[in-house]
Design a protein around this ligand. Structure first.
Ligand code: ADP
Length: 152
């Protein structure tokens, strides 16, 4: 059976941290779907179209990567699309505690799912989209934190 993995997130915007995890996961799976979860309660800085376009540009040369959006429960999206793995990045112990409960609950809801965690490389441990947005709001330069294809 094809090994399909989902990398879910907001990607508001995609950072070099996300890019690094996805590139490290490519050799492990037949296909990776990068999917933006549409959450009506979460107000995003960039539009969903803009965020998807940037991700498509970053992975334009990777035939096994697809970019999608979804709403509702991540595990239900996996069940419907025959996705067996969820990829997540772990930066800190706080990430671990957060991800552990989600991962364990997801497994209860959909026992066939496996969550696969990647430890962040040290240079990206402090990087997150919310800091990038803060820098942008204050007119700072975020070039070193985002993939070169993202034309901010
Ligand atoms: P969410 O809305 O789920 O927090 P994000 O877009 O912030 O989505 O993150 C999606 C995934 O990318 C999460 O697993 C998160 O841990 C991971 N991630 C975010 N930033 C980094 C980083 N700097 N290094 C490694 N993984 C990261």
């Amino acid at each position: 059976m094809e090994k399909i993995a989902l990398f879910p997130g907001s990607f508001d915007p995609i950072t070099k941290g996300h890019e690094s995890i996805i590139k490290r996961a490519i050799p492990l799976f037949d296909k990776i779907i990068i999917a933006i979860g549409e959450n009506s309660e979460k107000k995003c800085y960039f539009s969903i179209e803009q965020r998807m376009n940037w991700i498509k540009k970053v992975f334009a040369d990777c035939p096994n990567i697809e970019v999608e959006k979804y709403s509702g429960l991540t595990v239900e999206y996996c069940r419907e699309n025959k996705i067996g793995y969820i990829l997540r990045g772990l930066r800190t112990s706080a990430d671990f505690e957060f991800e552990r409960s989600i991962g364990q609950m997801n497994k209860k809801i959909y026992p066939a799912i496996e969550t696969v965690f990647f430890l962040t490389t040290p240079e990206y441990t402090a990087l997150n989209s919310s800091i990038v947005r803060d820098i942008l709001r204050h007119g700072g330069d975020v070039k070193q934190f985002i993939p070169s294809e993202v034309d901010l």
